[in-house]
Design a protein around this ligand. Structure first.
Ligand SMILES: [Zn+2]
Ligand SMILES: [Zn+2]
Length: 586
């Protein structure tokens, strides 16, 4: 179903092309679809003229200064209440109509129907299937903006000519448009790549290689805090921990099928003696080998094996992005191996565990998707139905709202995905619980049932946070770097006012450290205000300033990251306050 705003956005792409036709006679037109929040149109200006230019035909390259001019012309056109008229014409007629438009001719030649549809709005005509608005009256001239120019190959093929693409955004109201720009600005401020640098958490080094994360001391500590929590929770939820190597013989990956269906995502094999090894893109085959290291009975099941397993996947350098799209990352992985009867309760426990963990990190808003059988799949239709129904049953039993993602499953089984919504309303994929018909079969996994017969176990892959790298990126963007107290690598700074207060600052630091708090005493030679400013940039939750009065009264002056100076407080009262705060989330 096309939403009204999409029709407006697409109509604006025609209006933009119309304005370009007016301002740059001779321009050639590519395509002008809608995209999220707006639209674009591709133009070729090789034989175009700049209206009013004395230079005649030259190759024109658009500059940002052209955008307001095109926008102005668009608003003039919109005010004329131009009607959009649809017409079906024969292909021969269309070829004649677009004889000076090579890209349109290219499109026409690919249309299989005898007739094509065109849309005429004023003196601009486009090859288009629609739909469109009735007239430009329906467009709010204050609720759109042209935002960007970029190069784009015709049909995305670098063998084709490079066209110039103009992007626009459009909404129903000026208010929505303003909110959109505010959101963009806010997102830029929260960019985890900037925050990662500002807070000195991680870096990526060209000589090490793109998409490979170097964790600095504070970032490594943050990871450790997350991983310690994760391990503690897993042990409390009936999981056992396993550890597996980073590389394995190519034969293992042939058995699992990865060399076949996952080849493009893997690093090339390395030769060791007379054998080839692959660096692991997934942990599953190793966990299966642990399962197969002995005969398993129904009495051993379910088995829940968890590993913070670092995997490597080949991603093209163009798509790499900070911590959220990398080549090496640590999955918070687990495999549940169970009998068919146990599947429902195991999946239910995993989903419940996932939502609880996300809540602990401060994400209360999420969307759940049930992804069903894709076109290409393994396993029988009967099994797929049964597994999909089990997942559905779990979501309904837990009274969780979910959407179906038709054909969104993996080829080896259906899955439940949980996407969290961050403070800007952006969705991030975290928890995934995936059913697998493939690997138990390929590795011939079995268990002995009550009657002493061999049976095939069920296998579920699940990750709750997704990967530690990505999750840290999401946390940074969600909190704009101001991580909750329990996650902050440096929780409290203590700043002595003068050198004579150093001793008190240090002993106070030791006292708090013994309580498990992460303390830094900033007693180097620099002004108090400079240190406070630095602490604010570093988003330190609490800064304690201690001078004569504080020392004499065994107290501290507290600066809260959010509220600023919150006054003097006894040491005991401050301890109570922070312990209460760290206790809440953990
Ligand atoms: Zn159109
Ligand atoms: Zn797996």
């Amino acid at each position: 179903m096309t939403m009204k705003i999409d029709t407006i956005r697409h109509s604006l792409s025609h209006i933009m092309a119309h304005a370009v036709q007016d301002l740059f006679p001779g321009a050639k037109f590519g395509i002008g679809p809608t995209i999220e929040n707006g639209f674009y149109y591709d133009f070729d200006f090789i034989e175009a003229d700049r209206r009013g230019s004395k230079h005649g035909l030259t190759q024109i390259t658009l500059t940002p200064e052209d955008l307001p001019k095109i926008e102005k012309r668009m608003r003039e056109l919109i005010k004329q209440n131009i009607k959009f008229e649809k017409r079906a014409i024969s292909k021969a007629e269309a070829k004649k109509l677009f004889k000076n438009q090579p890209y349109k001719l290219d499109l026409i030649s690919e249309i299989k129907d005898k007739k094509v549809t065109i849309y005429k709005s004023g003196d601009f005509t486009d090859l288009c299937a629609g739909p469109h608005i009735k007239s430009t009256k329906e467009i709010n001239p204050e609720a759109f903006r042209l935002v960007k120019i970029a190069g784009a190959y015709w049909r995305g093929d670098e063998k084709n000519p490079m066209l110039q693409r103009i992007y626009g955004v459009a909404f129903n109201t000026k208010k929505e448009l303003d909110e959109y720009f505010k959101q963009i600005e806010e997102a830029e401020k929260r960019d985890h790549r900037l925050l990662g640098q500002k807070l000195d958490l991680y870096s990526i080094d060209d000589e090490v290689g793109p998409g490979l994360i170097l964790w600095h001391p504070k970032g490594a500590l943050l990871r450790q805090i997350i991983e310690d929590y994760w391990i503690k929770e897993h042990l409390a939820n009936g999981y056992e921990l396993v550890r597996t190597p980073h590389i394995g013989r190519i034969k293992l990956w042939q058995t699992s099928g990865h060399t076949n269906f996952y080849k493009e995502n893997m690093f090339s094999p390395m030769k060791v003696e007379d054998d080839e090894y692959l660096i692991k893109p997934m942990n599953c085959p190793f966990h299966i080998k642990i399962y197969k290291s002995q005969t398993r009975s129904y009495r051993n099941l379910p088995l829940r094996w968890a590993e913070l397993g670092t995997v490597y996947r080949y991603e093209r350098s163009g798509v790499l992005h900070g911590l959220t799209r990398v080549r090496g990352f640590t999955q918070d992985d687990a495999h549940i191996i169970c009998t068919p009867e146990q599947l429902g309760s195991e999946v239910m426990a995993a989903v419940r565990f996932g939502t609880k963990m996300l809540k602990d990190f401060g994400f209360r808003d999420y969307k759940i998707y049930l992804a069903t059988r894709p076109k290409k799949y393994v396993g029988s239709l009967k099994d797929w139905k049964k597994a999909t129904n089990t997942l559905k049953y779990v979501l309904e039993k837990l009274k969780l709202d979910y959407e179906t993602d038709p054909e969104g499953g993996v080829f080896y089984g259906p899955k439940i995905d949980i996407k969290i919504k961050d403070s800007l309303g952006r969705e991030w994929q975290c928890t995934t619980v995936q059913f697998d018909f493939n690997l138990p079969e390929r590795f011939d996994m079995t268990y002995i049932d009550k009657k002493g017969k061999k049976q095939r176990p069920y296998m579920v892959h699940r990750a709750l946070l997704g990967s530690i790298e990505r999750f840290v990126g999401v946390l940074l963007e969600h909190y704009a770097g101001a991580l909750p107290l329990w996650l902050s690598p440096e929780q409290i700074w203590i700043i002595p006012v003068g050198s004579k207060h150093r001793k008190y600052a240090k002993s106070l630091g030791r006292q708090l450290q013994e309580l498990g708090l992460r303390i830094v005493v900033r007693d180097e030679n620099a002004t108090v205000s400079k240190k406070i400013r630095e602490g604010e940039i570093q988003k330190i939750p609490y800064i304690l300033v201690v001078g004569d009065k504080e020392e004499k009264e065994k107290s501290v002056r507290v600066r809260d990251r959010k509220r600023g100076d919150i006054g003097m407080m006894s040491i005991g009262k401050f301890i109570e306050k922070v312990q209460d705060e760290t206790g809440k989330k953990k």
